[in-house]
Ligand binder design. Structure first.
Ligand SMILES: [Zn+2]
Length: 56
């Protein structure tokens, strides 16, 4: 878990994590990872959202 940060760009101003190699299946744009309110991937280009499975 502590080693994944190299794949991400974390934007402190918005609390958004961008993963460099995660692309939107709909339009091919780079997607952003949002941790709140629920973990999900979101495409800012077309609005596609992919929710992650959460497990405790
Ligand atoms: Zn998209």
């Amino acid at each position: 878990m502590a080693h994944v940060h190299k794949l991400y760009e974390y934007d402190y101003s918005t609390g958004t994590i961008k993963l460099k190699n995660k692309k939107c299946p709909r339009c091919g744009s780079i997607m952003a990872y949002h941790k709140k309110p629920v973990p999900r991937w979101h495409c800012g280009a077309c609005g596609y959202t992919e929710f992650l499975e959460t497990r405790k």
